[in-house]
Design a protein around this ligand. Sequence first.
Ligand code: HEM
Ligand code: HEM
Length: 194
Amino acid sequence: MTADAAQRYTAVAVALHWVMAAAFLLMLTSGLSMTYLDIDKSLKFNLYQWHKSLGVLLLAAFVLRIGWRLFHKPPALPAFMPRLEALAAKAGHIALYVCMIAVPLSGWAMVSSSVYGLPTIVFGWFEWPHIPKIAGNEAVNTAAKNAHWLLAWFFGLCIAGHIAAVIKHAVIDKHNLMPRMWFSGARCKKGETP
Ligand code: HEM
Ligand code: HEM
């Protein structure tokens, strides 16, 4: 492996990062639109179905991603990063992983405990089961609904911080981290240590 390749995530990790990043951004947008926009009832219903469908698929994608992450060491953080910043980056990444599982799990618990008992038909393709034994449980439903709301907003904040950090490193520190999360390409300016 070349030194440059060693400073990048694996191709599988890169593919999972970008596909899931796009999907989570769509989830935040659809969740906010269906909750706060004054839109046609049938469009709202379809948006709920779409949100639930992509959401449960992301639960499955998370299992794949965390599995891959546990067996593939990520590249070491760049040496230029002060200790505190490196710690913040690690804490931020952990918070993102926690949100990636906790937000869809709370959504799943919410629909499973709803008194309406509406099924989740994944893109009209197959039925995703409800979590057993909580159907119609109002205490669970309220807790899950509050958790989903709170965690989704926290997730949005973590993503905004994550993107701001990448921009800060590129603009202020003059270290472009993007090639670390891409399939190929140079890292910092030629001759610089990472
Ligand atoms: C859309 C804009 C985004 C950009 C520009 C971006 C960029 C990056 C970059 C450059 C890295 C590598 C950091 C490094 O080690 O140098 C990274 C890592 C990471 N990103 Fe993003 N990202 C974006 C969105 C997201 C979203 C939406 C999520 C949440 C699902 C996310 C989750 C993560 C995680 C968890 C890591 C750490 C991976 C690990 O070390 O295990 N990113 N991102
Ligand atoms: C995968 C990540 C997910 C993200 C980022 C996400 C995001 C959101 C957001 C931002 C809202 C609006 C919250 C508010 O401000 O009130 C929302 C609402 C909602 N989400 Fe999700 N969601 C995800 C997964 C799921 C899943 C897996 C389900 C169910 C299977 C689900 C079901 C719902 C429902 C039913 C609502 C409406 C809640 C209400 O009526 O108050 N979500 N989601």
